[in-house]
Design a protein around this ligand. Structure first.
Ligand SMILES: [Zn+2]
Length: 178
């Protein structure tokens, strides 16, 4: 199935009242904050969203986002492939006060008549992006870095003997042996 482009502006309450299901793709180069947080993204972001009203009449969006991205390895500073995926249950509210009264299963989506749905998707991607990414050992180019760290540890343990607190104990023991 080929997915069409995800609309940017949606009337979220209208879609929820009509129980609309949206599935679409989004060009990640249009998401400037997300693009800045990663190295590159080659595939379009895939978005699925179900709009509906819950038993209490709330306007709800159940949204799933998936993106295959390249991020920086924090060990070797090379790039690695990563799939960023997130799902969220958003309840549409008008105010902060309404947001604070939502049941915990919902994340608030404070919105007027229309929302920038791309921005919602971008927020979800940024939340799902791990803050610390690194290769598995095989692909990571940081082995030399680990060796350097090992050498540093060895250098510390080889510090001059006059700084060794155990020498004081040795000297005391020497006194007792006399
Ligand atoms: Zn690495």
């Amino acid at each position: 199935m080929t997915l069409g482009a995800l609309p940017q502006t949606v009337e979220v309450r209208t879609l929820a009242a009509r129980e609309v299901r949206l599935a679409g793709v989004l060009d990640p180069s249009r998401l400037l904050r997300f693009s800045a947080a990663i190295v590159a993204v080659k595939q379009p972001v895939v978005v699925k969203a179900d709009f509906y009203r819950d038993e209490e009449g709330r306007y709800v969006v159940s949204v799933e986002v998936t993106a295959d991205v390249q991020v920086t390895c924090q060990r070797c500073l090379g790039t690695l492939e990563q799939t960023v995926a997130s799902s969220a249950l958003l309840a549409v509210v008008w105010t902060d006060e309404q947001a604070s009264q939502l049941p915990p299963r919902y994340e608030p989506l404070i919105a007027g008549a229309e929302i920038d749905f791309w921005e919602v998707v971008e927020d979800e991607l940024l939340l799902a992006l791990p803050s610390f990414s690194y290769h598995g050992d095989i692909n990571c180019g940081a082995k030399t870095g680990v060796q350097a760290l090992g050498a540093e540890v060895a250098a510390v343990s080889g510090s001059p003997e006059k700084d060794n607190p155990f020498d004081v104990l040795k000297a005391l023991k020497g006194d007792l042996d006399k």
